[in-house]
Design a binder for this molecule. Sequence first.
Ligand SMILES: [Zn+2]
Ligand SMILES: [Zn+2]
Ligand SMILES: [Zn+2]
Length: 146
Amino acid sequence: MKKHKEILSRFGINKTQFRTDLLSLFFDCKSSLTIHEIFERFNKKTNKVTIYRALKSFEQKGLIHQVPDKNNLKKYSLCNLDSCSPDSHNHQHGHFICYSCDQTFCLDDSTIKILKTSSGHIVKNYNLILEGYCTDCNSSQTISQN
Ligand SMILES: [Zn+2]
Ligand SMILES: [Zn+2]
Ligand SMILES: [Zn+2]
């Protein structure tokens, strides 16, 4: 995974095999990962302290951020690696939680732009959570109804 190693060096993170695998896991999942899912994936060969430390480092450097979870579990999503960096790690996007599969998805920042133009307030933080059915669950619902 040459690409993932390049990303780790760009963000100033040690390129251990585990951290490369952890980054791949985030790239492979289409939404977000709970800390429990990450433990399940690595627990056999990597201890929890190493996992916690890597997540903390990823979070501080602008690779991942915490996202809201339906069950209030600690959950992370990959940042937009074109806009987040170790120096600037700000998010102005909302999150979408699916009723059916419980996944949390990052929304793009288009909604916040609308808010900015309709008021004179300077928005620094954004905690909007939208709920409903994600694309996958919505399409399987439509199929089962037919
Ligand atoms: Zn970020
Ligand atoms: Zn869903
Ligand atoms: Zn997000």
